[in-house]
Ligand binder design. Structure first.
Ligand code: ADP
Ligand code: ZN
Length: 221
């Protein structure tokens, strides 16, 4: 099962992708996490993409496509995966078409003001990629990751200015992909304004519908 989670920055893609990964036993492939990790570790890739991330810009398509295609060819992706933060441009979507056929694209829809509030309050674990929110989803111990006990950080690109810039980039370059996938019949809209569990329930329902379609009477994909 190959899923794409779509939506503007801080709509809840990572949060939902992590829950889906647990539920269905397939990995979350989070472009942002892969890139931020490369930056933190100062790998050759990290050095190339750092300036883009810092400004809230998208990295060059060829580089991002390479990162993703390497990641999804690892053994843990054999049964499927959840793409979170990819594709973000039409060029990336076309490259993905050449790589594989995705089963479902879930488009999380959230109001602008809510997006800014979510981004500014977001706290992230650099080690495991877990996401929290100071108000909407606080960790058990303030500022500490529940999975690995490490100190949570506020991402550099979660400052309000950068957030607004990322939202602008989203509307220019990524939002057009919604129509692209809608026309292919792959897209389902998810109302993202509710709580985390409410959003998750919509996704589980959408997935069970495509599973039924894929093999009526069987386990599905
Ligand atoms: P994305 O991956 O789309 O950028 P995240 O999953 O990191 O978004 O979520 C952005 C922020 O909003 C995080 O701080 C997260 O804890 C919080 N969040 C996610 N989903 C919800 C929700 N349904 N209601 C309130 N806050 C949410
Ligand atoms: Zn962690």
């Amino acid at each position: 099962m190959k899923l794409v989670i779509f939506g503007p920055p801080s709509a809840g893609k990572g949060t939902q992708a992590q829950k889906l990964a647990q539920r269905y036993g397939i990995p979350q492939v989070a472009t942002g996490d892969l890139l931020r990790k490369a930056v933190a570790e100062k790998t050759p890739l990290g050095l190339k993409v750092k300036e883009y991330l810092d400004k809230g810009k998208l990295g060059p398509d060829d580089l991002i496509v390479k990162v993703i295609s390497e990641r999804v060819s690892k053994p843990d992706c054999k049964k499927g995966y959840i793409l979170d933060g990819f594709p973000r441009t039409m060029g990336q979507a076309k490259a993905l078409d050449k790589m594989t056929e995705v089963d479902l694209v879930m488009n999380i829809v959230v109001d602008l003001d809510e997006l800014v509030e979510r981004a500014v309050g977001r706290r992230t674990c650099l080690k495991c990629g877990a996401v929290y929110h100071v108000k909407f989803n606080p960790p058990m111990n303030e500022g500490i990751c529940e999975n690995c006990g490490l100190k949570l950080i506020q991402r550099d690109d979660d400052k309000e200015d950068t957030v607004r810039n990322r939202l602008k980039v989203y509307h220019e370059q990524t939002a057009p992909l919604i129509e692209y996938y809608r026309q292919k019949g792959k897209l389902v809209d998810i109302v993202g304004g509710g709580g985390i569990e409410v959003v998750f329930a919509q996704m589980v329902k959408a997935i069970s519908q495509i599973k039924q379609r894929a093999s009526p009477g069987h386990g599905g994909l």
